[in-house]
Design a protein around this ligand. Structure first.
Ligand code: ADP
Ligand code: ADP
Ligand code: ADP
Length: 214
């Protein structure tokens, strides 16, 4: 299956993507995780992305689209994928459609994770991710690691992403409403969107998403 996951920062995209990708045996492709891996490895791409990410702005399309397409090429896009955090504006959505069309494939669905803004703010404030791999995600209240500050998945150190600091969150939500939300209408016109209420336990949300994909 070829799926796109949309939702505001903190909605639970990464958390859900990990379970959905496992259940569906498809790769989880997160552009945010790819950028953070590039930053920690000190690559040229990471250097280009860092200032935008720290400010909570989108990394320019010229950088982002190439990176996403490279990743899709690596994993045989026709075999399926779950995109998390890409596309994030209409230009990226159009680029993805063009990429898929050139490979003779199309999306099967777009899952829109719906969470009230006050809950999103709480989820972001308490989020802690692993220094080794930002796909290892915890929460100081809702999803505590067994030992405080230590990643259950790999033993790495947990930290707060710089863009999760309180003073960055307002801008990220503004960017979401202004630039990312329009892709929901774009995909509605293609009949692809399933809205998933994303309050409640992680496993309940996963079940709703799996039901929607049936
Ligand atoms: P996103 O990728 O959309 O930014 P994450 O998956 O990183 O969101 O989740 C944001 C934070 O909320 C994390 O700290 C995560 O542990 C927590 N979280 C995810 N899903 C839930 C849920 N259903 N209930 C409570 N907290 C959640
Ligand atoms: P969240 O989990 O909170 O939604 P992500 O980890 O997906 O955040 O993204 C973190 C940051 O990485 C974004 O604020 C943005 O700067 C950059 N980024 C990630 N994906 C994209 C994208 N598709 N286009 C542009 N910038 C992106
Ligand atoms: P339990 O200990 O019974 O397993 P959890 O630790 O899973 O409960 O956390 C309670 C659940 O309630 C979370 O999945 C989260 O979605 C929800 N939750 C916790 N705190 C809040 C909150 N402040 N607002 C909304 N939902 C919350």
């Amino acid at each position: 299956m070829r799926i796109v996951l949309v939702g505001p920062p903190g909605a639970g995209k990464g958390t859900q993507a990990a379970y959905l990708a496992k259940n569906l045996s498809i790769p989880h492709i997160s552009t945010g995780d790819l950028f953070r891996a590039n930053i920690s490895q000190g690559t040229e791409l990471g250097k280009q992305a860092k200032a935008y990410m720290d400010a909570g702005d989108l990394v320019p399309d010229e950088v982002t689209i190439g990176m996403a397409e490279d990743r899709l090429n690596q994993s045989d896009a026709a075999g399926g994928f779950l995109l998390d955090g890409f596309p994030r504006n209409v230009g990226q959505a159009q680029a993805l459609d063009a990429y898929l069309a050139s490979h003779g494939i199309a999306l099967d669905g777009v899952l829109d994770l719906e969470v009230p803004e006050d809950e999103v703010v709480k989820r972001i404030a308490g989020r802690r991710v692993c220094r080794n791999d930002s796909a290892h995600v915890f929460h100081v209240e809702y999803n505590q690691p067994q030992a405080a500050g230590v990643c259950d998945d790999c033993g790495g150190e947990l930290y707060q992403r710089p863009d999760d600091a309180e003073d960055k969150v307002r801008n990220r939500l503004d960017v979401y409403h202004r630039e990312t939300e329009p892709i929901i209408d774009y995909y509605k016109q293609q009949g692809l969107v399933q809205t998933i209420p994303a309050l409640g336990k992680v496993a309940e949300v996963t079940q709703r998403a799996m039901d929607a994909l049936r």
